[in-house]
Design a protein around this ligand. Structure first.
Ligand code: SF4
Length: 302
């Protein structure tokens, strides 16, 4: 028996347990795009002459973010959209996703810049993976990627830097920060006022569950890499992902509740924990809060 869409008589492609709605293709797409437009309007204050850099890995999340930003803002002549990809140097994985990223930007007619860890920091993830390290591979990758993206965004005069973080990513990070008691990091999850040297981050997919981002990419036939990085596996995050997914099955809406709770709390947290003063890293010149930036510290530069 086919299940019908709650809003029309067509066949449903998804059941959103948290909203209790079965939706057909058309109404699912409308629902995703409505939520994303609302997030952009309420949280990211898009202005005349904005230059919007979109971090594009070629995976589902960043590809959907670019596709929708282009759909929503691509017609505005006063706004520039530029995609930035980062080649971390992961053999057998990154080249394919970069190829798909290139395909998407060509189809959409969007300028595409590719930067690499090797050029910017003199090291690849493959190099780092076999070195003696204090932390997991993803910790290094995350810090270096942030630095490379911010530098590239500054180079093109970007006023916003869009990333593809979805609801699952955000809910996991909120819980992870609670488990670690790391409220300074918690505060940094929300968009802050522009700080010289740091491009403001925007996460238009933060209200969309990961499964829905994947379905949206499939329905729109986006060229997307669904393969997994060989170094994936930040242990604690993996446990939290499983925990949250099982909570979501038994208590639909848990991920949204975590995000809503965070959004209510963050204003008060910001007052208690104002952002640290920024300075320039004495090695590389990146903007940071100590005399050495995270990337230089991690790479043992002194
Ligand atoms: Fe980098 Fe980890 Fe993502 Fe791989 S899974 S691309 S190592 S952050």
């Amino acid at each position: 028996m086919t299940i019908k869409c709650k809003k029309c008589n067509h066949e449903a492609v998804i059941f959103q347990k948290y909203s209790g709605m079965h939706l057909c293709k058309k109404h699912f797409i409308e629902d995703v795009e409505r939520k994303i437009k609302l997030t952009i309007r309420k949280e990211y204050n898009i202005k005349k002459n904005d230059v919007i850099a979109v971090a594009l890995s070629g995976g589902k999340d960043s590809s959907v973010a670019l596709y929708i930003i282009h759909k929503v803002l691509g017609e505005r002549p006063d706004i520039q959209i530029v995609a930035i990809s980062v080649d971390e140097g992961i053999h057998g994985y990154r080249p394919h996703s970069l190829e798909l990223a290139k395909q998407l930007t060509e189809t959409l007619g969007i300028r595409h810049i590719i930067k690499s860890f090797k050029d910017e920091h003199g090291v690849t993830m493959d190099d780092l993976a076999v070195m003696d390290r204090e932390k997991g591979t993803c910790s290094y990758c995350g810090v270096l990627r942030k630095s490379v993206l911010n530098r590239a965004a500054l180079e093109i005069g970007a006023t916003k830097l869009v990333t593809g973080h979805n609801l699952d990513d955000e809910a996991q990070t909120i819980l992870l920060n609670h488990f670690r008691g790391d409220m300074e990091r918690m505060v940094r999850l929300s968009p802050s006022a522009a700080i010289e040297g740091l491009v403001m981050r925007a996460k238009p997919l933060r209200n969309i569950p990961e499964k829905e981002v994947a379905l949206y990419a499939l329905i729109n036939s986006l060229p997307v890499d669904f393969s997994e990085c060989p170094y994936a596996g930040e242990a604690l995050r993996g446990e939290i992902r499983e925990l949250l997914n099982s909570f979501e099955v038994n208590h639909p809406g848990t991920k949204y509740s975590l995000l809503r709770g965070f959004d209510k709390l963050v204003g008060a947290l910001k007052k208690e924990l104002p952002p640290a003063k920024t300075e320039k890293c004495r090695i590389c010149g990146d903007t940071c809060t100590e005399d050495l930036c995270q990337a230089c510290k991690m790479l043992g530069r002194t």
